[in-house]
Design a protein. Structure first.
Length: 103
């Protein structure tokens, strides 16, 4: 198996990539990723499972909690965000902390 070296425009490929669908680009932190959606999900044939519904509900609750944050709470999150190095965006940091409260 040969090694694949991406071109300079795209530094890293992730996920399943095929040749029969449109390519998308996404920036995750400091990395530009690309991929293709192979077989879009048909909800009539394969509806959401109970676990997926629970996950969707948690995401909705997390975004509602983020929207309800006061400016003082956002300032506290910003101070804590600047003291850490795991998360590359303040939005991601706040989402992770609010999502963890639901678990």
């Amino acid at each position: 198996m040969a090694k694949y070296k991406p071109i300079d425009m795209v530094k890293e490929y992730r996920g399943k990539i095929c040749e029969h669908s449109d390519t998308y680009f996404q920036k995750r932190g400091r990395t530009l990723c690309t991929g293709r959606i192979c077989e879009p999900r048909d909800l009539a044939k394969k509806p959401y499972s109970e676990k997926e519904i629970v996950t969707h509900t948690k995401f909705q609750q997390t975004y509602a909690a983020i929207k309800a944050l006061t400016p003082e709470q956002k300032a506290e999150y910003k101070t804590a965000f600047e003291a850490q190095s795991k998360y590359t965006s303040l939005r991601g940091y706040i989402f992770a902390k609010e999502y963890a409260k639901l678990a």
